[in-house]
Design a protein around this ligand. Structure first.
Ligand SMILES: [Zn+2]
Length: 351
């Protein structure tokens, strides 16, 4: 047997909703690792769930269910691809393994929690990582027959694994590729696997002056939790992170975007990204649900006393990386922003 293990760690830039709408994605929140009890605050949990529902409603892409292992046998040969996912514990930052790598159709599972974050950071979020253990074997036979049969079994298992882990749509979050050889060096087989969306991990600062209730106007000097939750969930589904995102950042300028939907909306993609290539440029405005110009959700900061809803530009970025999105959906709770204005007393970073 040739066996190896490859693991791509969960991204460090760093959100249970019931499937009430069968047409699209379900962002399933997992609160089981909220060990500090941050979400025992009912308003915090409700705002988190509203953000997940609003993003779920915006994404129509169907995703296949995943299985943990793909195997095939041919003649004297056999091959298998055994998968795992991984993520960062949202309350203590430790690496966590999610194995067996089994998810239901149309589901991205996001682990949520809180920590004390430094400086002005409000929250962090990103997609989880993935790993694969490819293996092959052959029972005693002529070497050439072993090679032929193992190769055929490998190709069959690889085809099944490719379809399984890609999930049939959405962005490519990561790719794992390589070669597996037997100890004698007689057989060398390649694999190249694109991983679709699967897990996410998001966490929030536990000593920010939060405004938790997403159904009321944001109080002065308070930071709107719904807005930060929405921002971090967008990271978890591939905004700012992952292969599909990275492929569309201009290789010549980290602030330029190459995706066609954004270009169609803005005319060009020049300087639309922050220098970190993981956010939309600071202060960028776009039309939100109310048809009102609003700072995009995915710029790097949130102003106290304000709330953000998904905007056309946020959705254009989602489209560019491979999601099929709905027209801007109604948020869970419509709230007119007029009357919620206040002095801009400071801006805090939402990583
Ligand atoms: Zn961010």
């Amino acid at each position: 047997m040739g066996r190896m293990s490859l693991v791509v760690p969960g991204a460090a830039i760093a959100l249970s909703v019931l499937a009430t709408d069968a047409r699209g994605l379900t962002i399933e929140l997992d609160f089981s690792q909220d060990t500090s009890g941050f979400f025992s605050n009912a308003d915090a949990k409700a705002a988190m769930e509203a953000a997940a529902q609003d993003l779920s409603d915006a994404i129509l892409t169907p995703l296949g269910a995943t299985v943990d292992t793909n195997t095939a046998s041919f003649g004297v040969g056999s091959a298998s691809f055994n998968f795992e996912y991984n993520y960062t514990h949202p309350s203590n930052g430790t690496d966590q393994v999610f194995d067996p790598a089994v998810l239901p159709a149309n589901t991205v599972k996001v682990f949520v929690g809180a920590q004390t974050l430094g400086g002005t950071i409000l929250g962090q979020g990103g997609p989880g990582g993935a790993g694969v253990r490819p293996g092959f074997g052959a029972s005693a036979a002529q070497l050439q027959q072993q090679i032929n049969d193992v190769t055929e079994a490998w190709n069959q298992a690889h085809t099944a694994a490719t379809a399984n882990i890609r999930r049939g749509g959405g962005p490519v979050m990561t790719n794992l590729s390589g070669t597996v050889s037997d100890t004698g060096g007689n057989i060398s087989l390649d694999y190249d696997l694109d991983f679709g969306p699967a897990l996410g991990n998001v966490w929030f600062d536990d000593d920010t002056n939060w405004h938790f209730d997403h159904t009321t106007a944001v109080a002065d000097n308070h930071f709107d939790f719904y807005s930060v939750a929405l921002h971090e969930l967008l990271h978890a589904v591939g905004i700012g992170l992952g292969q599909s995102w990275n492929d569309l950042v201009s290789p010549g300028d980290s602030k330029d975007w190459l995706g066609s939907e954004v270009l169609a909306l803005l005319g060009d993609g020049d300087d639309i990204l922050e220098a970190d290539s993981a956010h939309i440029a600071e202060g960028t405005q776009s039309l939100n649900i109310n048809g009102v110009l609003q700072e995009v959700v995915m710029d790097p900061t949130l102003t106290d006393g304000t709330r953000k809803y998904l905007t056309e530009l946020d959705l254009a970025f989602l489209t560019d990386i491979g999601w099929t999105v709905a027209a801007i959906p109604e948020p869970s709770t419509f709230l007119a922003l007029a009357g919620a204005s206040c002095l801009l007393l400071g801006r805090r970073r939402a990583a």
